[in-house]
Design a protein around this ligand. Structure first.
Ligand SMILES: [Zn+2]
Length: 139
């Protein structure tokens, strides 16, 4: 728990929250965001405070597993790391965004742009990862 974290505060207060706790399991909570983008949009939040998906991979994996038990049908799982990636609450959370045909919700990369794609094709980060896995005999 973190004293200055809004999600830790919501978890600490239990059912005394501004949101309806729709579902909860051991180690995580599920609730509706203040500004849902589609019908049924939910947040899955670990009860353990970690700042984001890179902070503790064990908690990230657990939270993604929890989201997989909660989600129903077509959806996006979205999580952000850092303000640059639009993370506004510094406590790991996974958005479950239910999707429907022609719901009109655009993802940032919905419009394919060949020129831009060429500019951002830099997979050098993967080369280091693959070398690291090979060194550990995991490849
Ligand atoms: Zn927190």
């Amino acid at each position: 728990m973190s004293d200055d974290c809004v999600f830790c505060e919501l978890i600490r207060r239990g059912d005394m929250t501004p949101n309806d706790w729709s579902e909860a399991g051991p180690g995580f909570r599920v609730f509706a965001p203040l500004n849902p983008v589609t019908k049924g949009h939910l947040l899955v939040v670990p009860t353990e405070h970690v700042t984001d998906a890179l902070d503790d991979p064990r908690v990230t994996a657990f939270t993604m597993g929890a989201a997989a038990t909660v989600a129903k049908g077509p959806c996006n799982f979205i999580t952000s790391v850092g303000a640059e990636a639009t993370q506004t609450v510094r406590h790991l959370h996974i958005h479950i965004v239910p999707r429907r045909q022609h719901d009109g919700l655009q993802l940032p990369w919905s419009e394919w742009d060949a020129e831009r794609a060429e500019l951002v094709q830099d997979y050098s980060i993967l080369e280091g990862l693959l070398d690291s896995l090979a060194d550990k005999g995991e490849r």
